[in-house]
Design a protein. Sequence first.
Length: 139
Amino acid sequence: MKSFRKELWFDIPSRRAFVNITGQVEQCLEESGITEGMVLVNSMHITSSVFINDDESGLHDDYECWLEELAPHEPLDRYKHNLTGEDNGDAHLKRQVMGREVVMAVTGGKLDFGPWEQIFYGEFDGRRRKRALVKIIGE
């Protein structure tokens, strides 16, 4: 069995963003030479996520509104975590809801997606360099 590992780096200038990373993961799969196996993609930061869904702007706007209702950024004193001097208590909760990682099958050298599925990096406390891990195992 072969194994491949690569880190994807992100510089998100805003506090929150959703970035379609499907092409980058497909490039990793091509580099790996693996045609049958599994791909794991996970955020390596506790205020960001990786998830699979549709690449549709209305849905992304809905996520923004829904997440802000669930865990509003302000008032900052709402979160005990912010007593540490941070201002990202909400980002930790948003990450928990959106998830840390995704796992996909690889079949015939391609990501084995359902209709409309794409991979996204979700950033909830940006404005600094962050990364996601791509790990591929198989034959």
